[in-house]
Design a protein around this ligand. Structure first.
Ligand code: HEM
Length: 236
C-alpha cells in the first residue's frame, strides 16, 4: 500500500503492546493524533485494519503483513472489521534535551489528572488493597505479615511515580528495578500471572474514586501502567 515514508534520522520512541481486536484501545478507534515531531508505524500482523485519515478523508486498508506510516499531528482513527493482530512503533525527531518518551506518555496528562481526582475523593491505596486482597484467594497469603500503614504509603508513592514519570526516567527506572528484585522468584515470588489482577484492581479503584471515569480513561491507565508493570514482571 502507498503511505508516506518515515523521514530519515528519527529515533525509536517505544512500541505499543501487541493488540488483538479485543484489546485495541478505544482511544485509537476515536479521533486522535500524534504530537509534533512524533511518527508512528502501524504494523498489521494478521487481518485488516482500516486507517482513516481525518485530514484528507482517505481510508486505507492495511492488510497483513503490511504497515502504514502515521504522520505527526494528523487526526486519524483506526477501524476494525474482524480479527486482527497489530502493534504501533513510535519514532520521534532526535532531541538531545528531551527525555526519552515512551508509548505510555501519550496519556500522561489524563492519567495524572485522574489520579489527582481519585486522591481528592478517597484513599487510593486503601481502596486498592481492599479490591486487590479480594481479587483472588491467591493474593491475601502474600500479605499475611504486612504492616499496611507503611505498605499503603509505598504503593501510593509507586503508583504516583508510574503515573507521572516515563519508564525511561532514571528515578522511575531505579524504583522499577528495586520492585523487580523484591517481587522476583528470589524475593516475594510473585508469579507473573498475578499482575493482571494488580492492574485490574488499580482500574477498579480508579472507577470507584474518579467521578470522571470512562472506558477510554481506563484504557489510558492500562497503557500507562503496563509499561512499568512489565519491567517488574520481567525481573521474575
Ligand atoms: C506493577 C505492579 C506492582 C507494583 C507497582 C507494586 C508495588 C509494591 C511496593 C511499592 C511495595 C513495597 C516495597 C518496599 O517494601 O520497599 C510492594 C511490596 C509487595 N508487593 Fe507489590 N507491587 C506490584 C505487584 C504486586 C503483585 C501482583 C503482588 C501479588 C501478590 C504483590 C505483592 C507484594 C508483596 C507481598 C509485597 C511485600 C509486602 C510486605 O512487605 O509485607 N505486588 N509492592
Amino acid at each position: 500500500m502507498a503511505t508516506a515514508k518515515l523521514p530519515e534520522g528519527l529515533v525509536p520512541a517505544g512500541s505499543s503492546l501487541s493488540f488483538t481486536e479485543d484489546t485495541v484501545p478505544e482511544a485509537l478507534q476515536k479521533e486522535h493524533a500524534l504530537g509534533p515531531g512524533h511518527w508512528g508505524v502501524l504494523h498489521v500482523f494478521a487481518g485488516t485494519v482500516c486507517f482513516v485519515d481525518l485530514a484528507t478523508g482517505t481510508e486505507t486498508e492495511v492488510t497483513a503483513p503490511d504497515h502504514a506510516v502515521i504522520q505527526p499531528e494528523t487526526p486519524h482513527h483506526l477501524r476494525l472489521a474482524g480479527p486482527v493482530q497489530c502493534r504501533i512503533d513510535f519514532f520521534r525527531k532526535p532531541d538531545d534535551d528531551a527525555p526519552m518518551r515512551t508509548p505510555g506518555s501519550f496519556a500522561e496528562a489524563e492519567v495524572r489528572q485522574s489520579f489527582a481526582r481519585c486522591e481528592a475523593a478517597g484513599d487510593f491505596a486503601e481502596t486498592f488493597y481492599t479490591t486487590f486482597l479480594n481479587a483472588s484467594p491467591a493474593i491475601a497469603p502474600f500479605f499475611a505479615q504486612t504492616e499496611f500503614g507503611r505498605q499503603r504509603k509505598l504503593l501510593r508513592d509507586s503508583v504516583y511515580l508510574m503515573v507521572t514519570h516515563d519508564v525511561s526516567d532514571p528515578e522511575m527506572r531505579a524504583l522499577l528495578d528495586k520492585l523487580g528484585n523484591l517481587h522476583s522468584r528470589a524475593g516475594r515470588n510473585i508469579a507473573p500471572k498475578l499482575y493482571e489482577l494488580w492492574l485490574d484492581s488499580i482500574c477498579a479503584t480508579v472507577k470507584e474514586l474518579d467521578p470522571e471515569w470512562s472506558q477510554t480513561l481506563e484504557d489510558h491507565w492500562r497503557v500507562r501502567l503496563r509499561a512499568g508493570m512489565q519491567i517488574i514482571m520481567a525481573a521474575y
